[in-house]
Design a protein around this ligand. Structure first.
Ligand code: ADP
Length: 544
């Protein structure tokens, strides 16, 4: 027997409809590349998004067509987003920080027909158009005065939508219809397209809003540092309007000073970003003896969260860190490290041990840990295994899937992460499968050594990679980037690590570099590090 409740499809246009109807005047603030701040609200964004739908329809864009964006977080980007998805086309976010060849590969693979772009990306767009012939038109996120000089026909967004009505019949299609397309950044081979559905994005928004997840509310002022092209800005493109939070969109500039000024000027209470952004912010705040007037909590994810960041935020600024884990394929948020009832009873210091783990599953998702043969492993907090995940916000395959089968026999997706799960249900990533250092048949967690090394006061950034070894297969090598004006030697780092890691985990070499390479989403680029270490030989150790 079927239930007797209304069968209303979960499509994302309903989220913006809700925001415009019930939080219509709630502000959305956008900062342009030149630092100029403009103000809008949910009612205006919805009206502009409807104009976008009309303009897209007039340009011949139909249900299921891919429409790309290449830009930073801005109000026009948001309007393009909902205007595209609302009419049943697919909003495809391109990452401007990728190499041109990668962007071209992705745009060709996706079959993008139209491109919205930031004026700051005009050079990339010019080169891209030569590589991606299917793109029919380029619309720049600006008014007529802001149009960049270009050798190709370009239209200003404001001109393009003006004259189109602010009404358009959104939705009315199956909730499983494709809504957005986002390619993984390709740290593991060719980029692969994750095709979100309206249903998966709507459910993800509801799941992340729970109090034991990100706990966003109408009273929050959210600074969305994480780019919208990075897995839907970790879902905030949907979750912020769902609750009617104020949204602050910072554009391109992510340095400590720019972020700090926005936080203070816009009374920001919550923000989300990768650890490197927080490190830059904290350094700026510390160097200038500043504090936060309104900031209450920050989500840190994308890479493991160093303990020093959690402690500095908590002890010096009374800001709570919410450590989360996920990937493009998981919409992205899947676990959040907030205290459950038993962890909440522990002392503050003991709680940090759990906060540094990647956390507990959001309701609706399932986990398992398996060995290389697919056998389940115990959740004892000690045994590392391949992390497998299942649920309505998890990818079941890739766009034009080259790898036809990405799920195991039980329908679980292989995250490519190695982790443990403890008896309280807290998952901890110990490595990515391809980054794990395999020494003498045992696994060494590169992430754990990095985190401890970053606890040394002179270390700004640390990275561990495995280097081939004749006896042990691989041994860890630690690269350190020191803080400006600080000094430390290999023996200082060894003393710092000793006693905090198993003896056999001690890196065989510690190399100081001026800069550890970061990938396009701000994560340490281990592929580049490995490439830079080609031809490198481990120092000889008599004991070997
Ligand atoms: P890519 O796979 O291209 O790097 P994603 O943004 O999808 O792009 O990255 C997801 C991966 O990032 C995860 O599989 C995991 O390895 C890593 N990751 C994400 N959040 C965390 C975290 N809190 N701690 C450690 N690793 C994380």
């Amino acid at each position: 027997m079927m239930g007797l409740m209304q069968d209303v499809p979960l499509t994302v246009d309903r989220i913006l409809d809700h925001a415009a109807a019930w939080h219509g005047q709630r502000e959305i603030v956008s900062r342009a590349a030149d630092g100029q701040v403009s103000r809008s609200n949910y009612a205006v964004i919805r009206a502009n998004a409807k104009r976008v739908s009309n303009a897209l329809a007039a340009a011949g864009i139909r249900h299921g067509d891919r429409v790309a964006t290449l830009g930073w977080n801005s109000t026009r980007h948001l309007a393009a987003w909902y205007g595209t998805a609302g009419m049943g086309a697919i909003l495809h976010t391109l990452n401007p920080r990728l190499y041109l060849e990668q962007i071209a590969y992705i745009a060709n693979h996706a079959g993008d027909r139209l491109l919205f772009a930031d004026p700051a990306c005009a050079d990339i767009v010019g080169a891209l158009l030569r590589e991606v012939p299917a793109i029919e038109a380029v619309i720049f996120f600006c008014d007529r005065d802001g149009l960049p000089g270009s050798t190709f026909p370009a239209i200003a967004f404001d001109d393009w939508i003006s004259g189109h009505p602010a009404e358009f019949a959104w939705g009315g299609f199956d909730e499983r219809t494709a809504c957005g397309l986002c390619y993984t950044s390709g740290t593991t081979g060719n980029p692969k397209g994750v095709l979100y559905s309206h249903r998966s994005n709507s459910l993800h928004a509801l799941m992340t809003l729970q109090r034991d997840a990100l706990a966003l509310s109408a009273r929050d002022s959210i600074l969305l540092v994480v780019p919208m092209y990075h897995a839907n800005g970790w879902g905030a493109v949907f979750s912020a309007p769902a609750v009617g939070a104020k949204l602050v969109l910072p554009g391109q500039r992510m340095d400590g000073e720019s972020i700090y000024n926005l936080i203070e000027a816009e009374a920001v209470t919550y923000s989300a970003a990768v650890p490197t952004v927080w490190q830059m912010l904290l350094q700026y705040v510390q160097a200038h003896g500043l504090g936060f007037s309104t900031l209450e909590r920050v989500t840190i994810g994308g890479s493991a969260c160093p303990e020093s960041i959690v402690r500095t935020f908590r002890d010096d600024y009374r800001v709570d860190v919410i450590h989360g884990w996920g990937m493009t394929e998981t919409s992205p948020l899947a676990t959040v490290s907030v205290p459950n009832a038993s962890v909440a009873r522990l002392s503050d210091d003991e709680q940090i041990r759990f906060k540094l783990k990647q956390g507990r599953l959001l309701c609706g998702l399932e986990f398992k840990l398996v060995d290389d043969d697919g056998n389940r492993l115990p959740h004892d907090g000690r045994t590392p295994g391949r992390l497998m995940i299942r649920g309505p916000t998890i990818a079941s395959g890739y766009f034009r899937g080259e790898q036809a089968e990405v799920l195991d026999a039980e329908g679980f997706f292989d995250t490519g992460d190695i982790s443990t799960i403890d008896s309280e249900g807290y998952m901890q990533i110990t490595d990515r499968a391809k980054d794990v250092v395999k020494s003498g048949g045992e696994w060494i967690s590169s992430i754990e050594i990095e985190n401890i090394a970053m606890g040394h006061p002179a270390v700004q950034l640390a990275a561990v990679v495995g280097v081939a070894h004749p006896k042990w297969d691989e041994r860890p090598v630690l690269l350190c980037q020191l803080r400006q004006g600080m000094t430390a030697g290999a023996s200082d780092l060894r003393d710092h690590l000793a006693g905090r890691i198993a003896k056999w985990w001690m890196p065989d070499d510690i190399i100081f570099v001026s800069e550890i390479p970061l990938g396009p989403t701000g994560k340490i680029d281990k592929r580049a590090i490995r490439a830079s270490l080609q031809g490198y030989a481990l120092p000889f150790r008599a004991a070997d």
